[in-house]
Design a protein around this ligand. Structure first.
Ligand SMILES: [Zn+2]
Length: 335
């Protein structure tokens, strides 16, 4: 395969690297790709809607530095996984003090309120705010934050993480890459039986995260595309909650009012503010103007390439499945 085609198949996050060639699609369901260490020639697995509650009994944590990160890039997948049975939590690592208007205290409060709205829209049970200072996470002690994350993973028994890709390239925000890198290390270290013995003495058990959905706002190696068609309106609702920062919130109503002054009407924005906000997010932020507003391909266009209505892209890392028992059963002989 020519290098350009090869890169286009894999790097679907950034607009400048988007190819027109349709990537290879693994249409099958199942576990064929789970447990395989992602490599540069791995097929893209399409995760479709599941019937019933196949994830009942499992725990998910959506981890984000800022209140708008998960809603923008992974809100559909989080809503889907919770809808399919996961118990979900939201972990926000900063205090978002640098986004919004008014005093610092007002901005912190506005974003805290928005974060609660995001959790509610996505069906998440509780928010844990770690409150590191916004834009300054490159100065924190990563070991201190890692200990907090390990404590949460063990306490909540988190099986699955949705977070920024710690290996995503061209990420310029230190809050994004520090959070992702700390989470990545905490996921496996939480399963060790020697790290942080005081937590174990306090009654917690080692518990490793076994499934990770990593999203990025720039190019990344994508090996999983999730069908969020049934959850797109829930994703829109989570983005409506982000009124203080980000491309969504009440920008639809603002555009509708601005155009009215100019004696212009966009029919897609409907007849009231709430309809305008939802239609703007769904059709403009997540679709028509996605590359400008989010830095990634339109959810609708990504879906179209995989025969879906709406989709989100991830670098997914799943549990490793040992073949040792099968080898022993096939090759073992009686003593
Ligand atoms: Zn962010």
């Amino acid at each position: 395969m020519k290098r350009r085609e090869f890169v286009n198949d894999l790097l679907v996050g950034g607009g400048a690297l988007l190819g027109t060639r349709t990537p290879a699609i693994a249409q099958h369901e199942g576990t064929s790709l789970q447990g395989v260490t992602p490599s540069l020639n791995e097929e893209v697995f399409v995760e479709r809607a599941a019937s019933g509650k196949p994830h009942a009994g499992k725990v998910l944590a959506a981890v984000q530095p800022h209140t708008d990160d998960v809603p923008i890039f992974a809100g559909g997948t989080v809503a889907k996984l919770v809808g399919e049975g996961y118990t979900g939590y939201l972990i926000r690592t900063t205090n978002d003090e640098m986004a919004g208007s008014g005093t610092t205290g007002q901005r912190v409060w506005d974003n805290e309120r928005d974060t609660e709205g995001v959790a509610k829209a996505l069906g998440l049970q509780k928010v844990f705010n770690l409150e590191y200072r916004n834009h300054q996470m490159d100065e924190i002690s990563r070991v201190e934050m890692r200990a907090r994350m390990i404590h949460l993973i063990r306490l909540l028994k988190i099986d699955t993480i949705v977070c920024y890709d710690p290996w995503g390239i061209y990420e310029e925000n230190p809050d994004h890459y520090v959070t992702a890198q700390v989470v990545e290390a905490a996921c496996w270290m939480a399963g060790m039986d020697l790290d942080y013995p005081e937590q174990l003495a306090g009654g917690l058990q080692p518990h490793a995260v076994t499934q990770k959905y990593y999203f990025a706002r720039g190019p990344q190696i994508v090996n999983r595309v999730v069908d969020i068609s049934a959850w797109i309106d829930r994703k829109v609702a989570a983005n409506v909650a982000n009124k203080t920062q980000g491309p969504s919130g009440e920008n639809g109503a603002r555009l509708r009012a601005k155009l009215a002054v100019q004696k212009v009407r966009l029919p897609i924005l409907g007849n009231d503010d709430d309809a305008a906000n939802r239609a703007y997010i769904k059709n403009i932020v997540l679709d028509y103007d996605s590359l400008s507003q989010r830095g990634v391909l339109s959810d609708r266009e990504l879906g179209r390439r995989y025969g879906l209505e709406w989709a989100e892209a991830f670098h997914y890392i799943g549990p490793r499945q040992s073949l040792l028992d099968r080898y022993v059963s096939e090759h073992g002989v009686a003593l």
